[in-house]
Write a protein that binds this ligand. Structure first.
Ligand code: SAH
Length: 204
């Protein structure tokens, strides 16, 4: 693929991110009726009121997280699995949690067909993270949360980074980067405004 989303014009310069986008075709992650719009830089519906994110935003989030080849990554909100695969192209191992059973099943099948043996997908509520594989070098949440993800921050390794859209549901949220220093101190940096679907609780 020759940069259909003009990622360089969107400020993407991380060579790992650009290479991952060369290796992954978004057409493999959308329902048939959306395939004609797959190379537009826009979010698309994937069913169940959920969306596959805008490619330049997936690239931006991956670049902000600064993923390295030795990283263990936790992703919350698998959705189509597109972001998951971009992470798996760069990092060592990805654990991804999805709450909607049908999306979980479809994504799981995709990862198997595409032979991504460094992805584990879990069906469940990502609010609790996944302590079995913690700590993680990087954590990414691709659903909007009204509050700071304290449980997830606990599952970060020293030097780890967590990126999450924080703000009101159905409004604008801000991509917020948490960083855990070697001494355990947490810093927080607020980034660009985005619109994500809600990070739902299992009971809601
Ligand atoms: N990155 C995905 C898009 C994710 S949309 C892609 O590009 O395809 C957000 C996803 O988060 C949806 O699939 C939604 O079902 C999931 N989600 C919402 N709340 C969740 C929760 N509590 N735990 C796990 N997944 C959740």
């Amino acid at each position: 693929m020759n940069d259909p989303y003009h990622l360089k014009h969107h400020g993407i310069s991380d060579s790992f991110v650009l290479k991952a986008f060369q290796n992954v075709d978004r057409i493999d992650f959308v329902p048939d009726k959306m395939k004609s719009r797959v190379y537009a830089d826009s979010p698309l519906p994937i069913g169940f009121k959920q969306t596959i994110s805008q490619p330049s935003l997936v690239a931006h989030m991956t670049q902000v997280l600064d993923i390295l080849p030795n990283h263990s990554i936790l992703e919350i909100g698998t959705g189509s699995g597109f972001q998951t695969v971009i992470l798996a192209e760069i990092g060592r191992i990805v654990t991804s949690i999805e709450i909607i059973p049908a999306l979980y099943e479809t994504a799981k099948r995709r990862f198997t067909t595409m032979k991504y043996d460094n992805i584990s997908i879990i069906l469940g509520d990502g609010h609790d993270g996944y302590p079995d594989c913690a700590p993680y070098d990087r954590i990414i949440v691709t659903a909007a949360s009204p509050e700071s993800p304290l449980t997830l921050i606990e599952q970060l390794s020293s030097g780890g980074k967590l990126l999450i859209p924080i703000g009101k549901n159905h409004g604008v949220q801000y991509l917020t980067l948490f960083e855990k220093a070697m001494d355990g101190t947490i810093s927080e940096e607020v980034g660009i405004g985005v619109r994500f679907v809600p990070f739902v609780r299992k009971s809601s």
